[in-house]
Write a protein that binds this ligand. Structure first.
Ligand code: FES
Length: 146
């Protein structure tokens, strides 16, 4: 194998491995669920936040919640058992769907960044994300879409 072919095949292998790793990491950290909508409320089960890998209860920091009638998913952050925040994953600059990375939502179009309260941390967006009121009833979160 000549030097050029060796370098070319090595780079492709590295890129493939890196891509696979990032896909696996994103699958492990982001939970995407499809939630039902009743009347004007989206219903999320509190148990959807549970991580079922140990005897000790642990919880996901956030879920990405979707439904076919919504144009963009909603990111629901869990701060503690009584405190949640629901943010529309639509950039307030030009409407691109946001990506969630831990406590931040980032826009792939022009780089705007929002925190887990929906506030702008980096422009060009200047307005906060749309939020939705949440009520807790039994084992459910009701996210009001009104
Ligand atoms: S559409 Fe998100 S930063 Fe421009």
């Amino acid at each position: 194998m000549d030097r050029r072919k060796f370098i070319s095949s090595s780079c492709i292998s590295c890129l493939g491995g890196g891509l696979l790793l990032s896909l696996l990491e994103s699958c492990g950290s982001t939970k995407i669920i499809t939630a039902a909508i009743k009347d004007t409320d989206m219903i999320v089960l509190l148990s959807d936040f549970e991580i079922k890998k140990s005897s000790k209860k642990e919880f996901k920091k956030y879920l990405v919640v979707q439904n076919e009638i919504l144009q963009h998913p909603i990111c629901v952050y869990r701060f503690d058992e009584n405190t949640y925040k629901a943010l529309l994953m639509k950039c307030t600059h030009q409407g691109t769907e946001l990506q969630v990375f831990g406590d931040k939502l980032q826009c792939p179009a022009h780089g705007s960044e929002f925190n887990n309260q929906g506030k702008v941390e980096n422009g060009p967006a200047s307005d906060p994300l749309r939020t939705f009121p949440i009520t807790i009833e039994g084992n459910q979160l009701k996210i009001s879409l009104k």
